[in-house]
Ligand binder design. Structure first.
Ligand SMILES: [Zn+2]
Length: 311
């Protein structure tokens, strides 16, 4: 059982002293007696106060509720199942750990669990999700009691070194240094992001002349990573019914930049035909890079908005 795997080899490390965190009933603890309580929903908060950019960083409770409704309507199921197929194609034989850096409300990991069950692998693959939004992690943990969930930034990840077999970063900021440290040599980092046509008709609602996405390849050229594959997931997306178009805004970083007028306009819409067009770059973590290097400085604009770059 995966629970034995996790007991034998800790996944998380202490954000204060970097020693392994061992689960003891309702808390995680390290040898230096730093303790982190497991919340009622089953997650642990490993985000230290000094690493928070605000009192309540990341997605707000309201944003998570809208995103959850959008996911529950199934609009991104083909996308998530496509990502799950890519993940399973890079899994090693036997026990493995998949981590989602920036898991939000955990939808991609839950679809992955469904795919793993179909392959008869649900017991030997441990799923771990981290996000800076405690509202997201709360939903994720509640809906996936078998998974391991933590409130944590994707920079200075509280994960043991050389521990992860497949790391997913989907529409999230990328920390090459953290991935280099946490992913096993020979393991895989999957970087999902928008391809050229992603949500283009939706962007036309927001901007007079929206830009097409540039190809998205943010680990390119980073030491310790070798590109081993690119995977395209593309399908038409039809939104029908009140609230769906407004909820789509919550799935994008445009949420942070549009004004009230645009929000009101989207809230009044009840249909939209656009396209999901996502590319996943797969990188193999090569053995030659140093396992430990200095943590990367977090981009100034990254912390609370999670993903503020244009896509
Ligand atoms: Zn400690």
């Amino acid at each position: 059982m995966y629970s034995n795997i996790s007991a034998a080899a800790p996944v998380f490390r202490c954000p204060v002293c970097e020693e392994p965190l061992v689960r003891e009933d309702r808390s995680f603890g390290c040898v230096n007696a730093h303790r982190y309580d497991v919340a009622r929903e089953g997650y642990v908060n490993l985000l230290l106060a000094q690493h928070r950019h605000s009192k309540d960083p990341g997605y707000s409770k309201e944003m998570i509720a809208g995103r959850r409704d959008f996911f529950d309507a199934g609009h991104y199921q083909k996308l998530a199942d496509g990502v799950a197929d890519v993940i399973t194609s890079y899994l090693p034989e036997g026990p493995a750990l998949v981590a989602d850096a920036g898991c939000g409300e955990g939808y991609y990991l839950r679809r992955l669990r469904n795919t793993l069950a179909g392959l008869g692998r649900e017991d030997d693959v441990l799923l771990c999700g981290m996000d800076i939004s405690k509202h997201g992690v709360r939903v994720a943990a509640k809906r996936d009691p078998q998974g391991l969930y933590a409130v944590a930034g994707t920079y200075r990840m509280p994960v043991m070194s050389n521990r992860v077999d497949v790391m997913l970063t989907h529409f999230s900021p990328v920390s090459a240094a953290d991935f280099r440290r946490t992913v096993k040599p020979g393991g895989t980092v999957l970087v999902g992001g928008p391809a050229e046509g992603h949500l283009y008709a939706f962007k036309e609602l927001l901007y007079d002349t929206p830009a097409k996405h540039e190809p998205f390849d943010r680990l390119a050229g980073e030491a310790g990573f070798e590109l081993t594959g690119t995977h395209s997931i593309r399908y038409p997306l039809s939104l029908r019914g009140p609230g769906q178009v407004a909820n789509l805004l919550l799935m994008t970083p445009f949420y942070w930049s549009v004004g009230d007028e645009t929000r009101a306009r989207l809230a009044a819409m009840d249909q939209l035909d656009t396209e999901v067009d996502v590319i996943v770059h797969a990188y193999r973590r090569t053995a030659d890079a140093l396992a430990e290097d200095a943590p990367e400085a977090e981009p100034e604009d990254n912390g609370d908005a999670r993903s503020s770059e244009d896509w």
